[in-house]
Design a protein around this ligand. Sequence first.
Ligand code: FAD
Length: 822
Amino acid sequence: MRDQAGVVIIGAGIVGCSAAYHLAMLGWTDVVVLEQGPLFRTGGSTSHAPGLMFQLNASRAVTRLARASAALYAALAADGEPAFSPVGSVEVATTPARLEEIRRKAGYAASWGLDAALISPRAAADLVPLLPADRLLGALHVPSDGVARAVGAAEALARRAEERGVAFHAHTPVIGVEVVGGRVRAVETPEGRVACDAVLLCAGIWGPRIGRMAGVPVPLSPVQHQYVRTAPLPALAGERREIAHPILRHQDRSLYFRQHGARYGIGSYRHEPLLVSVDDIPRHGHGHGERPEMPSVLPFTPEDFAPALDDAAALLPALRGVALDDAINGLFSFTPDGHALLGEAVAVRGFWVAEAIWVTHAGGAGQAIAEWMVEGAPSLDLREMDLNRFHPHAQAAPYVALRAAQQYREVYDIIHPHQSIEQPRNLRLSPFHRRLENLGAVFAESAGWERPRSFDANRPAAGDEERGRTGWAARHWSPASAVEHRAARERVALFDLTPFTKLEVSGAGAFAYLQHMAANDLNRPTGAVIYTPLLDERGGVVCDLTVTRLAAERFLVVTGGVSGPHDGAWLRYHAPVDGSVSIVDVTSALCCAGLWGPRARDVLRRVADADVSNAAFPYFTARPLTIAHTPALAVRVSYAGELGWELYAPMEYGLALWDALWAAGQPDGIAAAGTDALDSLRLEKGYRLAGVDLDTEHDPFAAGLGFAVRLGKGEFMGRAALLRVKERGPTRRLCAMTLAAPDAVVVGKEPVFAPTARGAALGYVTSASYGYTVRRGIAYAYLPVACAAPGTAVEIEYFGRRYGATVATEPLYDPWGTRPKG
Ligand code: FAD
């Protein structure tokens, strides 16, 4: 075995083989793949995966990875046959709620460009011969879904990688990872050490164990999952084809099915989650019972499967009373949020991870991670899967176990995008929490924080005009948010902004470094506040921040609570390593109250120890203030589009700060306001939300952030790419649309069409809400420039119904921006 390699890939399951193939295709052939078991049927999860591929996902990026995987496997041969059989899929609805859900999913499919159709019970029964039409209300048909031969695909990918020079070594477990000075240097095996520049972890359920060797948390839990194969079914007697029926999902009962010749395979998420500690997975060659070569297979527990069998037979009567030929509890990985783990550990350079990936996504995920390693960034925005997206509490074992179990339970559930997790709750409480509770806050969990969505204290009296919302958009919504919105527009509202991520960037090189990272010009005096996007080398928007210059070489950088770890990792990753810049997360040191509304100055004046007039304290500046007894940093910015301040104070003064502002606001009718009101306020102003309206697949000009880019300031990250974009001209632009029907509201991800057009969608909705001041449903979408002119008519499809909408001039409210500047 070689003692040196550019990249060592750990694990030769479908993910490791896919990554090896794609690295080789991109010209990186100095790659060694180490596998603890034999090659291809390694004993890992891939070895027993039945290979069903349902490509459609609520996440566009995940759907894209699945589509890339299907295309890749279809082009590979395994045992003389394509490694992918596009038999299509049928997802049945047996309840009205599921019927609504598949309508919504058909919308996702149109948004993501995947061909899918709602079909009648009869049509579903015609596609899947075992399915009686009278059990169904309807179904979703995705013709390009199908079945992958997972081991065959892995082997075919590995052979192609080998042809290009990649070396595969079986029976070579990695037993140590050498990290020196925050960089990977080598891996240890019983055969010796392999020095390397990079490690790519593709060890599936064993991933956390190897992560520990390098000091990198790999937050996933192995979970048992039941899959059985029936004895031959009389109904399929004589069937010679291995797979001809579409794959089938019965999500109301957490079941899926595929044909195996005359047998049927049944997979079940119906049982209570059965988690396994990564340290309890048997060693290779020491698997259970007759399967010593299958350490990822545990003994079947029939009692857990019994309800699933009943439900399976209730849907497919041909399965009634049938014996099981083969049944396993197989292990695979679940993460706290159900998404994969992709990327390089920011704390250990050269330690790359591609974990918690299904066969369905492994082809595309291998391509994405290879692109990322070779080219510095993947072409898809993968922030949902970013390895560095977790807060510290979310990487710890108790959280991972709790959330992984819940992800398993909910894998086929109907989840509302605004539905909050139930557990764990009350992890991070702002110092205002008691006051928020007293006002009847309806809390949602966000990055561990309890954030008020709205306040029951603000619920309008019965009969109020804003009470009407119906259906999906009415769930997890309160008419109180309309009242809170109006309080901010007409009087003054107080928001808890404590969950913002706050980073203090300082040191002799702080300005030069941030100036290089930011697209806007930070060369402003102390006390200036600058809004800026950060770009990647391709000119895509990584995130947007506000930067407050506290001193020549000291800055307060503020970003979102959820996106904080991702944005912070981006900043840390690119910071100089010579000690000239320090980045300290001060989130837990500082609370923050947002005081916004036309009377915000009147309120602040009553409790501040300094002049807060426009002349003394202009827009986009910051200064220290004492507010009653609280030392604070007041930053005059507004995500609501009204006059006001973000008021940062040491955490322990929080309650005093809130109480002082609350008391001072009484003459002006101050109201507490939640995140729903803020979302509506910011959409009327056209303020973008990172990760939703902004992503690395769009440049700041397309995103409408050209006003915050200073190409003339000198070199900065992404500038060269932006110059090319400028020359080429934009192809898409983020547009505001208003819905024609006065009470129509959409929630996000819906497809946008040209009027009456049946073909491909023009784009999909990024952010959406209702604008209580403009009295219209508002939606944003990237549209082709030809359709981006204000006045252009479009249609937004929501639960199968088309709603008329019009591209509007931005922003919808206060176009001259006079209100926050007053
Ligand atoms: P693995 O295939 O487990 O590969 C990891 C490899 O790393 C293993 O070969 C292991 O031996 C090796 N390794 C570990 N530690 C070391 C070490 N220290 N040194 C060297 N090598 C090491 N997905 C679908 O998309 N469709 C399905 O229908 C489907 N059905 C499933 C049914 C069941 C019952 C189960 C359990 C899973 C199913 N999955 C399915 C999920 C899918 O099987 C996995 O997500 C996927 O196979 C994971 O691939 P991987 O390459 O990451 O992991």
